[in-house]
Ligand binder design. Structure first.
Ligand code: P6P
Length: 338
């Protein structure tokens, strides 16, 4: 059997990237390895979710007041377990945990990084077999090494992220992550159980023809956003259209498609969510970091997502994210109305 050595695994890629940073300790590579390991286990459960009694509500409600699916709990426990027993992470902030999870053991207290995550975004779609995802965000801790991680390690603005990424459990399972160098995509090769480089140096097209928004909330949006959506609907061949409206209801799937093909995803504030629905620390910030590293843009409607100074672990934000020129056109309508 010919072994295709052109394939580069995630581990090989991160080791090769370390050569660009002689001072690197390898802790980030190890943390990404831990994340990939947990993702492979989640992937197994996601793929068989329809076969075992892992579907349906776990009868619990999370800090967001949302019904927690059993797969949420499984994924959350897995990512926390793998990072706790790794050598690179001092603690985790998770959508599923009210407070930060501080690992507080000698090895973890000497670790360089902390991680924020949404262990299974879009989990409301688990029972209907729609793509779902894990989102993660990595920061260098600001508290003293050798001591337990503190909340200040997690309440850093998104522009301090060291790396950010997501795993999309879809028609194939992909891990996409960004560092300050580039954004790269790895597809899980089930035959060898490895994430292999499939999308090197991802760039978000500066133009797109896809806009993603929940039209059901249309009349709750500010006037400038409604104007922009009307413009999207009127696009034709003469002005960069026609556009397609695509909204999966699983942000990772929508943002991943728009990252690759070009497009804009919008989750504005609504009357019942005046601060927005999406969470700043473990949804907006990591996706904003990725899209900017790929040449796109992300704001909350008025300011750059990555410049927002967080005050609470689970604080929410509106999110506008995607192709640079589409974001600029949106802002030309939201600015006019200010
Ligand atoms: P709505 C899933 O719960 C999620 O957080 C995102 O993945 C998704 O884009 C959004 O909410 C969907 O929200 O209000 O349009 O159903």
């Amino acid at each position: 059997m010919n072994i295709n050595r052109k394939v580069q695994t995630l581990d090989e890629f991160t080791i090769q990237q370390r050569r660009d940073f002689p001072q690197a300790t390898g802790e980030l590579s190890m943390l990404l390895k831990d994340i990939a390991l947990a993702a492979k286990r989640v992937n197994v459960e996601v793929n068989k979710a329809g076969l075992v009694d892992i579907l349906g509500d776990a009868g619990e409600v999370n800090v967001q007041g949302e019904d927690v699916k059993k797969l949420d709990i499984f994924a959350n426990n897995l990512f926390i377990g793998v990072t706790r027993h790794g050598v690179s992470c001092a603690g985790v902030g998770s959508e599923e945990n009210d407070d930060i999870v501080v690992f507080d053991d000698p090895l973890s207290n000497n670790s360089k990084y902390v991680m924020l995550m949404d262990p299974l975004d879009g989990s409301g779609n688990i029972d209907v077999n729609v793509s779902i995802g894990t989102i993660f965000s990595i920061y260098r801790r600001v508290s003293e090494k050798g001591t337990p991680a503190t909340i200040e390690d997690f309440l850093q603005p998104g522009n301090k992220q060291i790396a950010a990424g997501y795993i999309v459990y879809g028609s194939s399972t992909m891990l996409v992550y960004a560092t300050r160098i580039s954004v790269n995509g790895f597809t899980l090769d089930q035959t060898i159980g490895e994430f292999t480089l499939s999308h090197p140096d991802i760039r978000c097209p500066e133009e797109g023809k896809i806009y993603s928004v929940n039209h059901g909330n249309f009349w709750q949006f500010d006037e400038g956003i409604r104007k922009y959506i009307n413009i999207c609907q009127k696009k034709d061949k003469s002005n960069g259209g026609p556009y397609n409206q695509r909204y999966i209801g699983s942000m990772i799937a929508d943002v991943h498609r728009n990252l690759i093909k070009g497009g804009i995803f919008m989750y504005p504030t609504t009357s019942d969510k005046p601060k927005g629905k999406l969470r700043l620390l473990y949804e907006c910030n990591p996706l904003a970091y990725i899209i900017e590293k790929a040449g796109g843009k992300a704001t909350n409607g008025t300011e750059r997502i990555l410049d927002i100074q967080p005050t609470e672990l689970h604080q929410r934000s509106s999110l506008f994210i995607g192709s640079m020129k589409m974001m600029d056109e949106l802002e030309s309508y939201t600015r006019k109305v200010e």
